[in-house]
Design a protein around this ligand. Structure first.
Ligand SMILES: Cc1cc2nc3c(=O)[nH]c(=O)nc-3n(C[C@H](O)[C@H](O)[C@H](O)COP(=O)(O)O)c2cc1C
Length: 111
């Protein structure tokens, strides 16, 4: 469970410590998928692609925006951007005919 921090041309932003398990795994293999799930709607959006590290300045700014940050720095805190290669929209249906659309980064068909 992570907070989605922003979406811009770099991708879908999230932040974590580079020393966390996911931070270490991303250093080894910079690919990830994000899953957004709305149980009440039976709806899921899944975004998958490559992950890049954003700048030290942006990461520090993100750290200091955290509500309980006491003003001290965290050199391990890293802001990342996931650039979608594939986006899947999934909608549950009571009749079991669930709908799944998979599109490329620009909303068009997958390459
Ligand atoms: C509502 C919620 C929001 C969270 N947001 C973040 C976040 O933005 N970044 C983060 O590193 N961990 C966040 N966590 C904690 C992670 O889910 C996870 O426990 C932690 O990052 C350790 O993961 P690791 O297995 O990579 O060490 C959040 C947890 C919850 C319940």
């Amino acid at each position: 469970m992570l907070i989605l921090k922003n979406i811009d041309d770099d991708g879908w932003h999230f932040a974590t410590s580079r020393t966390s398990r996911k931070g270490r795994e991303l250093a080894e293999a910079p690919r990830a998928a994000m899953n957004f799930y709305w149980p009440g709607l039976g709806r899921q959006v899944r975004v998958a692609g490559t992950v890049t590290e954003l700048s030290a300045e942006a990461s520090a700014a993100d750290w200091h925006e955290r509500p309980r940050a006491d003003g001290s720095d965290n050199p391990h805190w890293q802001l990342y951007a996931l650039k979608p290669a594939e986006i899947e929209f999934w909608q549950a249906s009571n009749d079991g005919q669930h709908v799944r659309h998979r599109v490329g980064p620009d909303g068009g068909p997958l390459g």
